[in-house]
Structures are given as C-alpha cells and as structure tokens.
Design a protein around this ligand. Structure first.
Ligand SMILES: NC(=O)CC(=O)C(=O)O
Length: 308
C-alpha cells in the first residue's frame, strides 16, 4: 500500500464487482413530454409497464420527463423528493411500479425542490421499490451559441455535489445527467469505482445533438470499456427546447447495440457484462496506462482518507 495520496489516485478497476445478473434486457423509454404533468406521469407508467412486458429488467427514462425543459417550468413542476408521497407524485409512481413489477428503474430526471434550491435530479429505484440513489446533475448546462441556442440552467438550478454510483440487481451503475456526459473525468471515476454501466438521461438539442451526442456516448464507452445508455425525450418540434432524441445503448467496444431516431419509442437492448472483461482482455488499456505521467485523483476518497 502506498501513501493515502497515492491510494486516492485510482486506476479503473481491473476486477469488476460481481453482478447478480450478467445478461439482461435494458429498455430506454424515449417519451413524449407535454405541459400536463399528470399525463406525463401516467404516460411514463404505461411505458415502463410495456418495457417490462418486453422483458426489460432495467428501465431508463429521459431527462426531465414530467415537465417541459424550460427555466420557467422547473420551479412549477419541481417536487420535494425527500418528502416523498404527495410531495413527489413522479417518484412515488416510479417506486410503486418498480416494486409491483420487480424492475430496476433509472428514473430519468425531474426538477427537484429542496428548501429554497432547485436541482435536476435522477432517482434510481431497486426492484423492491426502494430509492437506491439520487443523482443531482453536477454540471449545469449553460450554453450560448448566438443564433442557435442559448440556455442557462444556472438561472434556476443548483449543481449537485456528488458523483453517484450504486450496486443494483442489474450491476453497478453510475449516473450522469445530460451535460454530465461531456466531462469524461466523471465517467473515468465511475469506471475506477467498478461501474458496469453508466446511464445518462439526457436531452441534447438540434445544434449539439447531431455532432456530439453519438460521439460522446461512444467515447465514454470506449475510453472506459463499459456499457453506456442514454435516454432522451422524444422530439417535439413545437417546444421551446427541441430535443435531439436518438436514445442509445453502447457496448464496451464502442458498438451501438440499440438506437432510434427522434420519435417516441421503447428501445430494447441486450447487455452482457462478460463482454466488458473480454474487451479489457483484448485491449488491456488499464495495464498500458502511463500512471507515471498522469493520474486520476478521486477527490472524495482523498478527502475521506484525510479525515480518517
Ligand atoms: N441539455 C444538456 O444538458 C446538454 C446538452 O444539450 C449539450 O451538452 O449539448
């Protein structure tokens, strides 16, 4: 063992944790989203039921699926997730469906209210309906391309403070929300902590989507030799923010395993975690990494080590 500073510089795990299942179906529910929150909740419930009927053991929903993606909507549609029950009808539905259908759900994201702050938050439910994790988007989407797209999430939202990675019935899953996918250090950190799969609920747009969406998710998968799943809302050409769509599952060799265009769809993909080991054997990037020249520092682990 080296010093604690050395221990916090972590290479991606060579040894993956054991997952309760290694082969399973994932569903990406590319949902249409309207201004009617009750309809959005009922619609998401139906999509999850349909996905489970199609054999999915893991269901992923889009970024901001219960509300329009707009700064003036976030405060209106936001829910107090920690209070639960009537204060959060969207997550109450997810928990109930997960329990009833015995399915793991990466619940896209919804605007969350916590005290006087708003977050863009993703809740992950186990197949017993328990909330396993809540990820608050850690990189806020502030973009200004004059004449094309200007959007400032930071006008209304606060950034989350934690990476989120959790053991589930379908493997160890890291969560990022949309813009989080651009920050490859976060994906590297999840790989270093033993993720099999990173899920990114996301709503790219008509400017960045065509150029960046496919590239970023394949890059995250190739760099880290793991599975990446993205789930977007369906496109509504009349909306204030027009989503790119194209929800996709990418394998650990960068291969697109399942994808779609921009319309509403339930995309079913096959995951086989044994392919992660295979690709890491074929291309042993971790062994070839030049730790003498560069290192990833797990800042949270470092802080923990400093305080113990
Ligand atoms: N909507 C986002 O958070 C990110 C996005 O559209 C982009 O990065 O482009």
């Amino acid at each position: 063992m080296g010093s604690s500073a050395e221990q916090s510089r972590v290479p991606p795990s060579l040894q993956l944790p054991t997952s309760p299942v290694t082969k399973f179906k994932i569903a990406l529910c590319q949902l249409s989203v309207t201004a009617d929150k009750e309809r959005n909740i009922a619609h998401a419930r139906k999509a999850i039921e349909e996905a489970v009927e199609k054999g999915a053991q893991l269901v992923v929903l889009p970024e901001i699926w219960n509300s329009p993606y707009a700064n003036d909507s976030f405060p209106v549609y936001a829910e107090d997730i920690d209070a639960g029950g009537d204060a959060s009808p969207s997550t109450a539905m997810l928990s109930e469906v997960a329990r009833n259908l015995k399915v793991t759900i990466v619940g896209g994201s919804i605007p969350e209210r916590c005290g006087d702050k708003l977050y863009n938050a993703c809740c992950l439910f186990g197949k017993d309906g328990k909330l396993l994790a809540k990820h608050r988007k850690v990189h806020l989407f502030d973009i200004d391309i004059p004449g094309k797209i200007t959007f400032m999430e930071s006008k209304t939202l606060t950034a989350g403070e934690n990476p989120t990675i959790v053991d589930t019935d379908v493997g160890r899953i890291g969560i990022g929300i949309c813009y989080d996918i651009r920050f490859h250090e976060l994906a590297m950190l999840y790989a270093a902590r033993g993720a099999h799969l990173i899920c990114y609920p996301g709503a790219f747009n008509m400017t960045t989507g065509p150029l960046h969406w496919d590239l970023l998710q394949r890059a995250r998968a190739i760099d880290n030799q793991l599975y990446v799943a993205t789930c977007s809302p369906a496109r509504d050409a009349g909306a204030g923010y027009v989503a790119w769509g194209h929800s996709t599952l990418v394998g650990p060799f960068g291969e697109v395993l399942a994808t779609t265009e921009h319309d509403e769809a339930i995309i079913i993909g096959e995951i086989d975690y044994s392919l992660i080991e295979l690709r890491r054997t074929n291309l042993p990037l971790e062994k070839q990494r030049r730790g003498d020249l560069y290192q990833l520092v797990d800042v949270q682990r470092k802080k923990q080590q400093e305080t113990t």
